[in-house]
Design a protein. Structure first.
Length: 366
């Protein structure tokens, strides 16, 4: 595998490690190992190989938190692709980025009386009354990013919550910033307290940076749904406040970086200059484009969004059959300018070359 630029050690960095002592050297080596591990190509299927055959003619409603979010869009695209393969009909309702919108969308989903519901991109507990209604009606539900952990969310009737290991995603993002800053990162973390998974990821990044000896300049809680309005001025304000101390931005997903570039450019910062942007998910198309062009994003710790759409369909099929969830935790991937070309695929997202489509079709008998 090509050795990546963030692992190249300058003479100055070597001197820093030598002067800092063995504890620093160990921390640097450990962080590099994590980044290296997740930057490699994913080409082996490690998911389920058995399960129920396809349930016939099911209708499914996807309740999406906000279709402007690249991560959610990628997952919904995967759901639609998988539904076509398994022979189901899918309707997508868009919550448009607000709690009120999601409440209305969930109500619309219930009126459609679907065979199953897929929740995409919001905390399950937020819509607990509607979910209780779905549960009473015997409508199976699966979800993407509805809770910090993978698997069933029994208290609200979610058969399986699909996600990567959120804590590993956050650790990989923080470790990259530590290595890239030569062990002296000054980071600002962006999150949204509306979502439990977002807080868990941000807290993990903060803890990891501080445990390694880096500095968290600020922990910013700003709504994902308002990034287009808030991030331009917020970026300018933070630049004025911290200047060169700010080496890296860490965010719980890519959407925060969709709107930072113009403010960074206006401040005279080059596209590959500091502060460098590192996303702990999701691996959107726009993130891939920025990384490839070296325009105000250095890394995304990507999730296999399309694969996760297929997994959601498979988990729902298991729910229809009265079986247990698959237990599968999908792989994550550190995407940099050095590896963005080899696994981006035609959609410019992390789409593993591990044959997942064929594997799921085998399980379903398709």
């Amino acid at each position: 595998m090509k050795r990546r630029h963030f692992l190249a050690t300058t003479a100055a960095a070597m001197l820093t490690v030598a002067l800092a002592g063995p504890a620093f050297a160990d921390a640097m080596a450990d962080a590099k190992a994590v980044v290296e591990k997740y930057a490699t190509k994913v080409d082996k299927w490690d998911g389920p190989t058995s399960g129920p055959k396809a349930a016939d003619g099911k209708t499914v409603v996807v309740v999406a938190a906000d279709m402007k979010n690249g991560g959610i869009l990628g997952v919904v695209n995967g759901i639609q692709e998988a539904a076509s393969a398994i022979g189901w009909t899918v309707t997508v309702v868009d919550g448009a980025g607000s709690i009120e919108g999601r409440t209305a969308s969930f109500g619309q989903a219930l009126t459609l009386k679907p065979g199953g519901i897929i929740i995409a991109g919001f905390d399950a507990v937020e819509q607990k009354p509607a979910m209780e209604e779905a549960k009473k009606a015997g409508i199976p539900m699966v979800a993407w990013h509805a809770a910090p952990a993978v698997g069933p969310v029994d208290e609200v009737g979610v058969f399986a919550n699909v996600t990567t290991d959120a804590m590993e995603v956050s650790k990989a993002a923080a470790d990259y910033a530590f290595v890239d800053a030569g062990g002296k990162p000054g980071v600002i973390i962006f999150t949204d307290s509306t979502y439990a998974i977002a807080i868990a990821k941000a807290d993990k990044m903060k803890a990891e940076i501080e445990a390694l000896g880096g500095k968290v300049l600020e922990y910013v809680d700003t709504p994902i749904a308002e990034t287009s309005q808030r991030m331009p001025q917020l970026t300018t304000t933070l630049l004025q406040k911290y200047g060169d101390q700010w080496t890296h931005s860490l965010a719980i997903n890519d959407i925060y970086f969709d709107f930072m570039g113009p403010s960074l450019s206006a401040a005279g910062i080059a596209g590959d200059g500091a502060p460098k942007s590192v996303a702990a998910g999701d691996g959107s198309e726009s993130a891939y484009q920025r990384i490839r062009a070296k325009q105000y994003q250095s890394v995304t710790v990507a999730e296999p969004l399309n694969l996760q759409g297929w997994q959601l369909v498979d988990e729902l099929n298991r729910a229809f059959a009265g079986e247990q969830w698959s237990g599968y935790v999908s792989p994550l991937h550190v995407v940099t300018v050095d590896n963005v070309e080899f696994d981006g695929g035609p959609k410019n997202t992390f789409d593993p070359d591990n044959g997942y489509r064929d594997e799921y079709k085998k399980i379903w008998g398709k």
